[in-house]
Design a protein around this ligand. Structure first.
Ligand SMILES: [Zn+2]
Length: 192
């Protein structure tokens, strides 16, 4: 049986220094030593054909903080998001395929948006999300890639209450470079 773990792909390294994330963004717990589970979410601004990228925001959050923060979402928001994904047949199919085939997949990170199918190289903006343990990626959990369009649609699933909560939260713990403020102010962390 194949190992559930693999080295962390460089795409999930911190943009700032090109190294793996070392601490939980919220509680500051060290992530690389030991066996604790954590998640990384990054939104990349891409300039197709120019070979340059910016990061809109990026963070690593430990399992415990992720669990606590999912409770910030209102019932209504959670139901809307669930309904959104339940209607994405291509996405559901790829998740199912991945669950059956992950031991054979050597490069798990999708090269296209899992909802719209657009190639990563053609997207102005996209988000990647993955599950990690210590200095490894948990490859039995499918890493996601979503286009900016999907992030917008997910944003529309959120109730006003959840939006306010997430905005406060974002302002407290996150924050991108000032020159990209317009971008990251329009984005909320999605997955925890
Ligand atoms: Zn934490």
């Amino acid at each position: 049986m194949s190992s559930q773990l693999m080295p962390i792909p460089e795409e999930f390294f911190a943009f700032e220094n090109g190294q793996p994330f070392t601490h939980c963004q919220i509680c500051n717990k060290p992530l690389l030593t030991g066996n604790s589970d954590y998640f990384i979410e990054k939104v990349i601004r891409n300039y197709p054909g120019q070979g340059v990228q910016d990061v809109v925001y990026e963070y690593a959050v430990c399992w415990h903080c992720a669990e606590e923060n999912s409770q910030r979402m209102s019932e209504e928001s959670l139901q809307n998001i669930q309904a959104y994904f339940n209607a994405q047949m291509a996405f559901l199919y790829q998740v199912q395929e991945y669950q059956q085939r992950w031991p054979e997949i050597s490069n798990p990170l999708p090269d296209h948006c899992l909802v719209t199918g657009q190639s990563k190289a053609d997207l102005d903006e996209y988000m990647i999300y993955g599950h990690f343990r210590g200095d490894q990626m948990v490859r039995s959990t499918m890493p996601y890639l979503f286009s900016g369009q999907v992030l917008d649609e997910l944003g529309e699933c959120l109730s006003e209450k959840t939006r306010d909560e997430l905005d406060d939260f974002r302002d407290k713990y996150f924050g991108g470079p000032p020159e990209l403020e317009e971008l990251w102010k329009s984005r909320r962390p999605v997955f925890f």
